[in-house]
Design a binder for this molecule. Structure first.
Ligand code: FAD
Length: 458
């Protein structure tokens, strides 16, 4: 019997899965394998919220495979060593996996190919599993990647998408390949209390509900902080419990301005991925340096702590940072304004903020997180790198009634309407009611002046 191993990484699903489909073509047995990669933990990427969501995903994937006569094999260790071990145990001829974009993923693929070939086995790496459009499939005339989104989006939109693949009907797994016990979210410490449920079944349910009753209003409501009117599909895209190809097909079928705006946003994900694929160093180094001499954990420790804990004295910033702690997720508008506040108003190194986001975000993703942070810090692909978001103006615009702030900052619960965005202007009686809520840690005009001086100097 011909045997293949399918190594699952950021593609934890059965629907629309090209590596699984390829491995199952013909009369074959397949080992569906997930390796809990100690290399990922060693670089600090196995944050509790993502580990918990991952545990849900693995359980759901195993259940889906069992429903089709198979099961998931889980191992822990160095990913290359474990894949080789499993391939030897199953006497497999080939291994299939999805392409990915980070430097870590590229190294993993090179090492795995070398190790498998040394043992006479083949590695097949499949595109359009973790991205709708493969990085590098569209390029400008003069470069290996797009540095500006609008022309990228034009070409991205014109790319034909492959057809969506059905989930397999049955999966036969060879006997004699042992698995570790599946991890469980209940056993993990430090998980945010409001963390969403992981797994393909939860992802598909959310997508269907979103296309039925959320996406139509997306264009008008995506920046409404209190309305929470975005898809919240980002963790499912990060873990691959939803296929980006299927997502785009289905959203386009739904049609209308809301769906168009939503697809454009999904294209941002591919945009950052093609930047990172071409410039893997941009995960940590400025993509376009402005010669900043940032404040750091050593020189701005108190400001960084206040930002992380949601006690800067700017209500919308504090609400957003508390939402992040509680849910392991934050609204895009809130990510923009909290990141701008740290990198520009407080003039703290964007890497400090990016690291903290990665420690908490359930969708924490090297391409999207690091390159969005660079975009906000003005060292990335933003064509207006020196714009600074004012948290009071932003709060009044995107949370005009103060509902979002009151949801997350209980000290301000009794302040009515938009006045909640400027608690320092309240009268003495109201101020007494907001108790321990802090005064602003910085004057916005001072922050702006410092940032402008720094950028003029650069
Ligand atoms: P929706 O508005 O419903 O959008 C649909 C999908 O489009 C998202 O799920 C996401 O995959 C993609 N998308 C939307 N906006 C962006 C964007 N600006 N860049 C790239 N893709 C986008 N997104 C992550 O997935 N992981 C991260 O680690 C991450 N870190 C970020 C850090 C900062 C500082 C900023 C400003 C943005 C970050 N984003 C990140 C992008 C964006 O904020 C989230 O993708 C979005 O808020 C997720 O919510 P949603 O699924 O409801 O999005």
């Amino acid at each position: 019997m011909y045997v293949s191993v399918v190594l699952f990484t950021a593609d934890l699903r059965l629907y629309d899965h090209p590596p699984l489909r390829a491995a199952l073509s013909g009369p074959r047995e397949v080992v569906p394998l997930f390796v809990r990669d100690t290399g990922v933990a060693a670089v600090g990427f196995a944050a509790p919220n993502r580990s918990a969501f991952l545990a849900d995903c693995l359980r759901d994937l195993d259940a889906g495979l069992r429903g089709r006569g198979g099961r998931l094999v889980v191992r822990s260790g160095d990913v290359v060593a474990e894949v080789c071990k499993v391939a030897a145990e199953a006497d497999a001829d080939e291994v299939h996996m999805a392409a990915d974009v980070s430097a870590y993923a590229h190294r993993r693929e090179r090492r795995l190919r070398r190790a498998l070939e040394a043992e006479g086995r083949r590695l097949y790496v499949h595109d359009t599993v973790t991205a709708a459009v493969t990085p590098g499939a569209v390029t400008p005339a003069s470069s290996d990647h797009f540095a500006v989104f609008t022309p990228y989006f034009r070409q991205w939109s014109a790319q034909p998408l492959r057809d969506v693949l059905e989930a397999p009907r049955s999966v036969r797994v060879p006997s004699g390949v042992g698995s570790e016990e599946l991890p469980s979210r209940a056993a993990l410490p430090g998980v945010s209390p409001g963390l969403a449920e992981g797994g393909e079944a939860a992802g598909r349910k959310r997508l269907t509900a979103w296309l039925r009753s959320g996406v139509a209003a997306y264009e008008d409501r995506h920046d409404d902080l209190a309305g929470d009117a975005t898809s919240r599909l980002s963790p499912h895209l990060h873990f691959g419990t939803l296929s980006p190809v299927e997502l785009v097909h289905r959203a386009r079928r739904a049609g209308g301005p809301g769906a168009e705006a939503f697809v454009r946003q999904v294209a941002w994900r591919d945009f950052h991925r093609q930047v990172l694929a071409a410039r893997p160093g941009a995960a940590l180094a400025d993509y376009r340096t402005k010669h900043d001499r940032w404040r750091s954990a050593r020189t701005a420790g108190d400001d960084i702590a206040a930002w992380r804990e949601g006690r800067t004295g700017y209500p919308v910033v504090d609400a957003a940072m508390r939402q992040l702690l509680h849910e392991g997720w934050m609204h895009n508008r809130a990510r923009l304004l909290t990141a701008s506040f740290l990198a520009k108003t407080l003039y703290v190194d964007w890497r400090v903020g990016a690291r903290y986001f990665l420690d908490l975000l359930v969708d924490g993703d090297i391409a999207n997180n690091q390159l969005n942070w660079q975009w906000v810090a003005g060292t990335g692909t933003d064509t207006r790198p020196n714009r600074v978001l004012n948290p009071v103006t932003q709060g009044k615009r995107h949370d005009p009634e103060g509902v979002y702030v009151r949801r997350w900052v209980p000290e301000l619960r009794d302040v009515a309407g938009a006045a909640v965005h400027e608690p320092w202007k309240l009268g003495a009686a109201d101020r007494a009611r907001i108790g321990a809520y802090p005064d602003p840690i910085i004057d916005l005009a001072d922050g702006l002046a410092r940032f402008r001086r720094a950028r003029d100097r650069g």
